[in-house]
Design a protein around this ligand. Structure first.
Ligand code: DGL
Length: 275
């Protein structure tokens, strides 16, 4: 069982790519059992303190472990920025040394830094992700001379959740957030929030084709496939009849309604849980 955690529904962009990725050794990623947990009752995380984000994320991780996950992906950028390191370095070694928790930052950063020509990178994220400097730190670790420009975009998540993807108001706000990054002539842009890929066509239009904007879901899915190949000791079993179980800490009806729009497929197993 593989756990996918997000503060809410945005992480479905990651799950969607995972379920679509074509090959992984002999088995497709589609052939594993997944449990998706959205902490909708406490979302959004993006404007919360580090202490709160760490506490919520740890509760989510404990829940997913109690449901037999041996590997968890923190699809949430805010949780990856504010909680992952402490979970990996302090919590797991003491309490669950045989289990693994991964985030979305490292794969995205590697995707950018492997292009030698990219010297100027923009990061668009929630306020907490930007203030944590987690992307900036990882990028600098791999390529100290990069020029990095960060922009918090706190209004985008609510607009996307309202389904306002093609409204002129959203286009106007998006342009305002992207303008400083465009002025800095970034060559690559990291979408450091689960929701922003829904605005990818609009973002590409504003930034133009000259800017490399990787799709986070695709990058994370590929990196998960690699990880599973390199870590047979996790002994995750591929199966002929894989299951995807959905859990939310809030109302299941609203979760299903918006979730099916995000995932573009029917979501049948939805359970309300308490963390
Ligand atoms: N999932 C969050 C992220 O990727 C966005 C929504 C929130 O703020 O909780 O940062």
């Amino acid at each position: 069982m593989i756990g996918i955690f997000d503060s809410g529904l945005g992480g479905l962009t990651i799950l969607k790519s995972i379920l679509n990725v074509e090959t992984h050794g002999h088995a497709s990623l589609r052939n594993y059992d997944y449990i998706y947990l959205g902490d909708n009752a406490r979302a959004p995380y993006g404007n919360k303190s580090q202490a709160a984000i760490y506490q919520y994320t740890r509760e989510a991780v404990d829940f997913l472990f109690s449901r037999h996950c041996r590997l968890i992906i923190l699809a949430c950028n805010t949780a990856s920025s504010e909680a992952l390191r402490k979970i990996q370095q302090e919590y797991l070694p003491e309490h669950h040394p045989e289990k693994r928790v991964l985030g979305v930052i490292r794969p995205l950063v590697e995707e950018i830094t492997k292009h030698a020509k990219i010297q100027r990178v923009g990061i668009l994220g929630t306020r907490a992700t930007v203030e944590s400097n987690a992307y900036l730190t990882e990028l600098r670790n791999l390529k100290p001379r990069l020029e990095i420009f960060q922009q918090a975009a706190p209004l985008l998540v609510p607009l996307i959740e309202e389904g306002w993807l093609s409204r002129p108001e959203t286009a106007m706000i998006l342009k305002k957030y992207l303008r400083p990054l465009k002025q800095k002539q970034v060559q690559a842009l990291i979408l450091a929030c689960t929701h922003y890929p829904f605005l990818l066509p609009q973002i590409l239009r504003i930034m133009t084709k000259r800017v490399f904007v990787p799709n986070p879901g695709e990058v994370v899915a590929k990196s998960l496939a690699d990880y599973l190949e390199r870590h047979p000791e996790l002994a995750l079993q591929a199966t002929q009849n894989p299951r995807v179980q959905f859990c939310t800490t809030d109302d299941t009806t609203a979760f299903k309604q918006l979730g099916e729009k995000f995932l573009k497929q029917e979501m049948s197993n939805i359970e309300k849980v308490i963390l």
